[in-house]
Design a protein around this ligand. Structure first.
Ligand SMILES: Nc1ncnc2c1ncn2[C@@H]1O[C@H](COP(=O)(O)OP(=O)(O)O)[C@@H](O)[C@H]1O
Ligand SMILES: [Mg+2]
Length: 258
């Protein structure tokens, strides 16, 4: 199953991706975590130390040249089948495995921001990144969670139709919900209509109806345990609110029919 997480910056996409991944691993699923955000924070949110983070793909000038320019001309359909294993690092599971279940494996691939690609043309890095994302989403029969930068542009039409569900994350604010609605509409246009809205840091009250927002809504409360923790630690796992989060993830996957 393939899930993408999108929405305005700072709303909780990366946290939510990390929560879903840990739940899946504890329930015996192998998961690929794809950090396609520019902030490169999915690894840290999942509990990895800075020095344990993998080199972002966009900084692998060697790989970019080798795959995109191997034949002397631009190859937009490079061979990338071996890259997930080459680029990934293992991410430890944080919660306890469900009774009687063999824990799954969490692996992280960091894409990096194409605009910051050091050396060479950004379009080369972009071509490799797109090809790798397409490969993981289309050819791999495992759970894949993609933490997107904001919208779904990274996916492109071909890849988007192979994503099983889109999680649109928003804060309970008009601006953030408008961005969410825009993302929802764009994804629907790309053929990705199985969507759920997660309103993070929800404090109660009625949400505005905006055309394009996913029909189903799940809420996550503001969590004092996380607010206190994040001063000292970048991980969003192993919180006092873990049970609330597990119930939320189950509901989320259920809503998406996954
Ligand atoms: N429900 C919540 N309660 C308290 N803090 C939260 C909550 N969700 C996210 N955060 C915090 O908000 C910040 C932004 O979250 P993040 O997942 O990085 O957002 P995004 O990936 O959308 O930019 C992080 O510091 C995170 O720890
Ligand atoms: Mg993020």
């Amino acid at each position: 199953m393939k899930l993408a997480f999108a929405g305005k910056g700072g709303v909780g996409k990366t946290s939510l991706t990390a929560w879903v991944a840990d739940w899946l691993a504890r329930n015996g699923r192998n998961v690929w975590l794809i950090d396609a955000d520019t902030a490169l924070s999915l690894g840290q949110a999942s509990g990895l130390q800075l020095e344990a983070l993998p080199e972002p793909l966009v900084r692998r000038g060697d790989l970019i040249r080798e795959r995109i320019h191997a034949s002397g001309f631009l190859n937009l359909n490079p061979d990338v089948g071996d890259l997930p294993e080459t680029l990934a690092v293992d991410v430890p599971m944080v919660g306890a495995a469900v009774d009687g279940v063999t824990p799954g494996r969490k692996r992280l691939i960091v894409m990096g921001a194409v605009t910051n690609a050091g050396g060479g043309c950004a379009c080369d890095a972009n071509a490799l990144l797109k090809a790798l994302l397409a490969h993981i989403v289309m050819d791999r029969d495992e759970w894949v969670l993609v933490d997107l930068e904001a919208g779904v542009e990274h996916l492109g039409r071909g890849t988007a139709t192979h994503v099983d569900g889109l999680v649109v994350v928003s804060e309970p604010s008009m601006r953030s919900l408008q961005t969410g609605a825009e993302v929802g509409r764009m994804a629907t246009d790309l053929g990705l209509s199985n969507q759920v809205l997660v309103v993070n840091r929800f404090m109660g009250g009625e949400l505005p109806r905006i055309d394009g927002l996913p029909e189903w809504t799940i809420t996550v409360p503001s969590m004092p345990g996380l607010i206190e923790r994040q001063m000292m630690d970048a991980s969003v796992l192993g919180l006092p609110e873990a049970d609330t989060l597990d119930a939320m993830v189950e509901k989320l996957l259920g809503r998406l029919g996954l």
